[in-house]
Design a binder for this molecule. Structure first.
Ligand SMILES: *Cc1c(COP(=O)(O)O)cnc(C)c1O
Length: 360
């Protein structure tokens, strides 16, 4: 059976070589006679997998020594609640920037724990832009400033890092981590679920600066407490061992492919071709302002929404799957994370042109 090109927003396509490696090692990892999923998380075999996972992530993202790197459960959604409970440090408010569906959810969850200052909001534009940093209403007495680096549903991505002095920046990088170079030292916290760009679902990466660890609300669930998790190497409870292993294989794949700078070049090229094709067509359009278009998630609508069903149906027949846009925005969305080969994007562009020729 041949594999399709899967444009799903998450869980999403994985590098074929990673799947094959996992298959090869499935029953018997490195001559141990065990599958990774059968190993004790305390055993030396799994310990070596865990150590490599962490050191590879540190190397790839160039994470400075004054950061803890945690692999937790509960997804980015768990962190929406975990962040305020960990780092309010006795303050009563936090700043949130609302640029789409995911930042809205983060903001809403934070309201259970503190006052939320909405520093900027692009809802009125239909989440098609990022408000100018000069217009952000940032409260210096807030505990931190939260934003979402890439809005997976709306296809809006920050192209640089906002700078508000000493206020800790907290960033949800769930859908663009490992896709572009990033200066970790600019952040208080970077967090991301694994199922977009790092592997299967089930691992939540939290990179947190030391000064933000150890100040959690006394009623916090232990599994969300950065200090307790750091002290226990993210094994306060049983970790998602097999998923750690798979994320580890993806990190090795990124390293072998040339690291993050190579990923970034591929992503610029792939997304550039797709946006160009949309731009020159009269059937397809993308509502996001050019400066903020995501390299990871490319939403587009057809001039005539009555063609949507035909488009999806024919795309599926051509081996192009999961192109339906999120129900909240409609239309189409092509998620083209690191693991989507350029052949997949080329096949999509060719299909779109052919569909326009026959239906446009
Ligand atoms: C997918 C996604 C989330 C939610 O991740 P879960 O693992 O389902 O909690 C949060 N933020 C962004 C930007 C996402 O893309």
């Amino acid at each position: 059976m041949s594999r399709i090109f899967n444009f799903s927003a998450g869980p999403s396509t994985l590098p074929e070589s990673v799947l094959l490696k996992a298959q090869e090692e499935f029953l018997n990892w490195h001559g141990t006679g065990m599958s990774v999923m059968e190993m004790s998380h305390r055993g030396k075999e799994f310990m070596s997998i865990a150590e490599e996972l962490k050191s590879d992530l540190i190397e790839l993202l160039n994470i400075p020594a004054n950061y803890k790197v945690l692999f937790l459960q509960g997804g980015a959604t768990g962190q929406f609640a975990g962040i305020p409970q960990n780092i309010l440090k006795g303050k009563d408010k936090a700043c949130y920037v609302n640029t789409g569906a995911w930042s809205s959810k983060a903001l809403k969850e934070a309201q259970n724990h503190c006052k939320v200052v909405v520093s900027a909001d692009s809802k009125a534009s239909g989440y098609t832009e990022i408000p100018d940093y000069n217009d952000w209403n940032v409260d210096e007495n807030a505990a931190y400033l939260h934003y979402t680096a890439n809005e997976t549903i709306h296809g809006v991505e920050f192209q640089d890092i906002p700078d508000f002095g000493d206020l800790p920046l907290v960033c949800d990088m769930s859908s663009n981590i490992l896709s572009r170079t990033v200066d970790v030292s600019k952040f208080g916290i970077i967090y991301a679920g694994s199922q977009k760009n790092m592997g299967p679902a089930g691992v939540t990466v939290v990179i947190v600066r030391d000064d933000l660890v150890g100040h959690a609300d006394s009623k916090i669930a232990s599994v969300l407490d950065y200090a307790q998790q750091a002290k226990n190497d993210s094994m306060l409870n049983t970790p998602a061992t097999y998923n750690w292993y798979l994320v580890g294989l993806v990190l090795k794949w990124v390293k072998e492919a040339g690291g993050i700078t190579a990923m970034e070049q591929h992503n610029i090229a792939k997304s550039g071709l797709l946006y160009q094709a949309i731009e020159k067509s009269s059937l397809y359009s993308n509502p996001v302002k050019e400066a903020f278009r995501s390299r990871m998630n490319v939403p587009f609508v057809l001039a005539n929404a009555e063609l949507d069903a035909d488009f999806l149906n024919l795309a599926g027949k051509n081996g192009l799957s999961s192109l339906k846009g999120h129900r909240s925005v409609g239309g189409m969305r092509a998620s083209i994370y690191n693991a989507m080969p350029k052949e997949g994007v080329a096949a999509l562009i060719e299909f779109m042109a052919e569909f326009e020729r026959t239906h446009g």
